[in-house]
Design a binder for this molecule. Sequence first.
Ligand SMILES: O=C(O)CCC(=O)C(=O)O
Ligand SMILES: [Fe+2]
Length: 335
Amino acid sequence: MQAPALPVLDLQQLAAGGEQKQAFLTQLAEAARTVGFFYVTGHQLGQLQQAVMQQTRAFFALPEADKQRLDMVNSPHFRGYTQLQGELTQGKPDLREQFDLMNEETATVLADGEPQWWKLIGPNQWPTQLPQFKAVISAYQAELTQLTVTLLRAFADVLEQPADIFDDGITPPYTHMKLIRYPGSHDKAQQQGVGAHKDPGYLTIVTQDQQSGLEVLTDDRGWVSAPPIEGAVVVNIGELLELASDGYLRATYHRVTSPAGELERYSCAFFMAAKLNSEVPLLQLPAQLKAQALGPSADPNNPMFYQVGENVLKGRLRSHPNVAQVHYHGFCQAC
Ligand SMILES: O=C(O)CCC(=O)C(=O)O
Ligand SMILES: [Fe+2]
């Protein structure tokens, strides 16, 4: 077998402590500084992962009318179903259908003048036709939340910070899970499963079925494929970690190219951010790390905000203009 193009890290080493933990942290630092994308094995997600993929397939196999009843446009909290080409990346429709959910909460009632991102908080929409769906997906959400917290603490170590430096903002974190189906494309001109983008949170974990398609932009090798590896999930750094580390760590551009012809691809992307009503701490890095911090990347098409709610809402408004139009009209200049 060809060696994977991205680093593979074993979480058991982190758990073992001592020298093994040090070896894990060294690899994490290297992976984070070079590509910002890596595989993680040695997690405990195995059986649950299979159940999640089963439920994901079952959801997308529901009749179109059942899925449409859960359309995201019903939800000011950006939860629910988005049909094929219903989401935009870099202004172009993505060839994927998806189901989004976040922390299950009661909607906040906004007083005059309060920031709009409070509206991101609220209940999910659930498909009642699938009796196991909510329990299985919620259990996975809880496991991935734990895993991202563990990894973020490891990043604190890499950045030579106290292990709890991020804790205030992530008790609990804001989490967003996206179940996705990418249909095959017969058209070479239309293969944007999802266009090139950075993720807005601290960290993302991607669970893939057997079909490849995820690609990562590297400095030295251009776009490289991140195909599924049995027993591994893919982890990548988001914008909040880039901001917190003043660009020492980089959020990496990635995309999904549609499978060919009759093939299809299923995945689950899990985004972990800090609480919406928090600010990302700008860490005081030791001199040898600071010297390598490039500052956060400046992209006029993608401003990054330290205020977490603002950064998360920016991404949602841009990706789902129809939801923005209905629920954020008059606020969103782009819609
Ligand atoms: O489906 C995947 O593998 C990744 C999806 C992704 O990058 C995203 O939704 O942000
Ligand atoms: Fe992404």
